[in-house]
Design a binder for this molecule. Structure first.
Ligand code: NAG
Ligand code: NAG
Ligand code: NAG
Ligand code: NAG
Ligand code: NAG
Length: 307
């Protein structure tokens, strides 16, 4: 299979964040709010979610996040498929900072999918802030993002990303931030109705994991926090304009402001700064892997800061 043919069908079908929750009405699990007082528990709990789509919104005194296994490309007859998401929460709802996310991991394997639908899932964590989104790009002062993560072969929590072991496992997946933008503030909050999808790939594993527009070459580069990101541009089958910033190499630990990557896109067919950012999430687009692999995100905080 040539490079060109992979490019021609890779990621052409649906946006990364499309969720069967959007289509079916997302079931949501909200942990009960812990009451402050003598009975507040400081227990740390890990729960496992293997559903195809399920919203997990842990109680917190700070910024709300919603996690979702989001196996949108899995059908009941997809054999050899499995993905479970573990979410570790503090029962007292208190975390190191008011934007610290719960720790989470995914353990999964999928067979190679069809050429026109290579992606099985986008397990992710989304910022759940209707007081912030939708926000005009002009009004954003920073898109702060800090994460530590590792992808490993097997079912245990990895501490480092061993690319040789992941190649042996046949991993094809990325690690990415996903954002949606539209001139209409309501459409901007929808992963299927928004006109623009802007992604930031911190890593991509496997030959099939390719951004839309790769064949056309990078249209722009930007240096963020010591890493060069190359921008690819194309259109998916929902006619959304997809702009993908791909890091040179694998960016495992980063603490930076990604705001500059939303600017200056108008001239290359991207959103205007008067358009609205309506959605931001971080996760992994999972294509296939012949044995189980585990992505672990022990430390994460994301914040869209208004001016
Ligand atoms: C909440 O629970 C976590 C985990 O046990 C603990 O580290 C933290 O100190 C607790 N915070 C408060 C305010 O009790
Ligand atoms: C977090 O704390 C800062 C400083 O007190 C405050 O400005 C901000 O609004 C808080 N954010 C959330 C989500 O609670
Ligand atoms: C592989 O991962 C799936 C999904 O997390 C899990 O159900 C299964 O038990 C794992 N297989 C092994 C051999 O641990
Ligand atoms: C996920 O949680 C289950 C228990 O709910 C545990 O058996 C499994 O080892 C955990 N997976 C990882 C990768 O820690
Ligand atoms: C990356 O950002 C962090 C946090 O803002 C900062 O401490 C560090 O110096 C930056 N690194 C580079 C190479 O710009």
């Amino acid at each position: 299979m040539g490079l060109k043919s992979l490019i021609s069908y890779g990621f052409l079908i649906l946006p990364a964040a499309v969720t069967i929750g959007v289509l079916l009405g997302l079931q949501t699990y909200r942990e009960s709010q812990g009451l402050s007082g003598p009975f507040t528990s400081n227990k740390v709990e890990t729960n496992t979610y293997c559903q195809l789509a399920f919203g997990i919104t842990p109680a917190t005194g700070g910024q709300q996040y919603t996690l979702n296994p989001n196996q949108w490309g899995v059908t009941e007859d997809t054999t050899g498929s499995a993905l479970c998401m573990n979410v570790t929460t503090n029962a007292n709802g208190s975390y190191p900072t008011n934007i610290t996310a719960p720790a989470w991991s995914i353990t999964w394997q999928y067979p190679q999918g069809s050429d026109d639908q290579p992606v099985h899932a986008f397990p992710n964590i989304q910022i759940d802030r209707s007081d912030i989104f939708p926000i005009e790009i002009n009004s954003v002062s920073a898109v702060n993002f800090a994460a530590e993560w590792a992808y490993g072969a097997g079912e245990t929590l990895p501490t480092t990303t061993d690319v040789t072991a992941l190649t042996a496992a046949g991993l094809n997946a990325n690690v990415a931030i996903d954002m949606f933008i539209d001139s209409d503030p309501n459409a901007a909050t929808s992963t299927v109705d928004a006109k623009y999808e802007v992604m930031i790939w911190l890593a991509d594993f496997g030959a099939a994991t390719q951004p839309i527009g790769l064949a056309d070459g990078a249209v722009k580069t930007a240096d963020i926090n010591g890493t060069t990101f190359s921008l690819y541009y194309g259109t998916n089958s929902l006619s959304q304009k997809v702009l993908t910033w791909v890091a040179t190499g694998t960016v495992q630990n980063i603490d930076t402001d990604f705001g500059p990557l939303l600017q200056g896109l108008t001239g290359i067919g991207g959103p205007a700064t008067s358009d609205y950012l309506g959605y931001m999430a971080f996760g992994s687009e999972t294509l296939y892997s012949s044995t189980n692999v585990t992505l672990y995100v022990p430390s994460l905080s994301m914040e869209v800061v208004p001016k």
